[in-house]
Design a binder for this molecule. Sequence first.
Ligand code: TZP
Ligand code: MG
Length: 213
Amino acid sequence: MVDFKLYTITGEQFHEGRDLKHVMEEAIHGGSDIIQLREKKGSKREVLKKARMLRELTKKYNVPLIVNDHIDIALAVDADGIHLGQDDLPLEEARKIIGPNKIIGISTHSIEEAREAEKGGADYIGVGPIFPTNSKDDVVDPVTTSYIKEVMNEITIPFVAIGGIKLHNVDEVLEAGATRICAISEIVGSEDIKGTCEEFLVKINRSKESANA
Ligand code: TZP
Ligand code: MG
């Protein structure tokens, strides 16, 4: 079973000229324990090139690599899995293509979507956007932390909270019950990427300890 605490997704519009490899390597050095290549603009070949580079990087550190949208590219570079949204290839079809051993993550915005993903054999779900975000086009309204509570009560597969999560508001997300956090802009747009990841992890770990106390 896949498990992780801090999920970093690429978002080159926030890199401010910094190289993709450098940015993601800093996130890994800061403790990010799963990486997603999310590339909405490039040609297949450009995305493939980035996926190859990130595969090499994540292998070096033994961190799972997930590719957003492109099942063919995920297979071509032997990524650990794919992440799909509600308008992408349905889970059942994706599973047929990618096989039983790869990770499939599904974005969900409602408990109905979460139930469907769980029933269909998703390995984890994204739960969000918790807060408003400018990192995604056509984003739905924030689902707020109340959706986290619904998922906690009912869904047994791992879930990761996403959308507008920053160091200044992550405590609210953790208090609602999330144990896995995903961010784009707060991490890859940070001046100190490694330090930002470390700070997220301090908060995640503190929240886990108090939940277990
Ligand atoms: N899916 C739901 S919200 C979101 C995605 C990809 C964007 C998250 O980016 P940020 O910068 O952490 O708000
Ligand atoms: Mg998608």
